[in-house]
Ligand binder design. Structure first.
Ligand code: 13P
Ligand code: SF4
Length: 359
């Protein structure tokens, strides 16, 4: 039996009551409760004071836990976050996301302090592409033009010609020189989608996001049969059979604008469940279904099968407060890497800022 619950901001999240009543393969969204409201507001007050004392800006990715999103100065996707990092006047950047995102902020602000609440907040895509292996592949073809998805290490960025995010990948690929052989690293699923979008052939690195490849076509088809009016909104890190079902394929930021402007009232969201918080706040009166993911590591008794990125969820409000008090863990990078990795990021920001159809 479905029960509609109405969070404070007015949007509706469809929760299912009891495991036996779940329609086939519907993921139940259980917001992670780690703090009492009193604890959360006490920590939030401390963070607000620290922000002023340090002249700090708190940047948070759309997958962060709700209480971090609520205290952040900006919440967005990888593109929005790098644009914010490029223009901030703060002295300290508190980056609530994963390691490669904080590194990008440091590369754009080598003179500033950049802290990450949990130093172990990594990314399976970043891990899949070691810089030495990329350098070896690049040696095999001097005509390669390397386009690196931002989900990679600073060392990989330093070996690349241009960076892209899921929000601008097609634009970046369309702007790549026509006489070059394009090499796309490290996400084979995003790369395959961009090839379809642009018609540009590329050599793809065989990496993927461990969380997004868990989404399966069969469970989404069953969900669609139960909710025929719902729009299916899919992140391009998902596999092709899942992307083929989508009404919209987009970055996390475009998911928000799509759900805001689309007249549909129900949406199945095929990405990390943290984004549901913003969707609920910014789309009053609409219903969001968290797409089910198969996660072999999840306890079999846990009725929630929503997708969570274990790395994104390493950050907590307490760790945000602690990293501001200690100014650690801090992102530090060797000067030559900082200088070389900046070039492809700046190229991305420049291409991204071009008016549409300027290429
Ligand atoms: P977005 O840039 O779309 O927010 O994606 C980042 C990410 O890590 C997706 O898994
Ligand atoms: Fe990396 Fe996937 Fe987590 Fe995004 S969701 S940070 S791609 S592991």
């Amino acid at each position: 039996m479905a029960e509609l619950t109405r969070p404070q901001a007015g949007a509706t999240l469809l929760l299912m009551t009891g495991t036996t009543a779940l329609p086939p393969a519907l993921g139940r969204f259980n917001p992670r409760v780690t703090l009492t409201p009193a604890q959360a507001s006490a920590l939030t007050r401390e963070i607000v004071v620290l922000k002023k004392q340090l002249n700090a800006v708190v940047l948070a990715h759309n997958y962060q836990v709700p209480e971090i999103q609520d205290v952040a100065d900006f919440v967005g996707d990888s593109l929005g976050l790098s644009q914010q990092a490029a223009q901030t006047r703060a002295d300290v950047i508190v980056f609530c996301g994963v390691h490669f995102m904080a590194e990008t902020a440091k590369i754009l602000n080598p003179g500033k302090i950049v802290v990450l609440p949990d130093k172990d907040a990594g990314c399976s895509l970043e891990e899949s592409c070691p810089a030495d292996k990329l350098a070896a592949l690049q040696q095999t073809n001097p005509n390669f033009w390397t386009i690196a998805y931002i989900n990679c290490s600073a060392q990989v960025k330093a070996l690349s010609d241009v960076i892209c995010t899921s929000g601008n990948a097609a634009k970046i690929v369309n702007a790549a020189p026509r006489d070059k052989d394009l090499l796309f690293v490290p996400d084979e699923n995003l790369g395959a989608w961009v090839m379809e979008e642009t018609g540009r052939k590329m050599t793809l690195w065989r990496g993927n996001c461990y969380a997004h490849v868990e989404f399966q076509r069969e469970s989404l088809l069953r969900l669609r049969a139960s909710y025929p009016a719902a729009k299916l909104v899919v992140h391009p890190e998902s596999v092709r059979e899942v992307r083929d079902l989508a009404d919209a394929i987009c970055s996390t930021e475009r998911m928000i604008s799509y759900c805001k402007t689309n007249p549909a009232r129900q949406f199945v969201i095929v990405t990390e469940s943290g984004i549901i918080h913003r969707l609920q706040k910014e789309c009053p009166g609409k219903e969001f279904l968290c797409a089910p993911a198969v996660d072999v590591m999840r306890a079999p008794t846990d009725p929630c099968h929503c997708s969570e990125c274990k790395y994104m969820k390493m950050n907590t409000l307490e760790k945000v407060r602690d990293c501001m008090q200690r100014l650690a863990p801090r992102i530090e990078l060797p000067k030559p890497i900082l200088a070389r990795a900046r070039l492809p990021i700046e190229r991305m920001l420049e291409i991204s800022a071009r008016p549409e159809h300027a290429d």
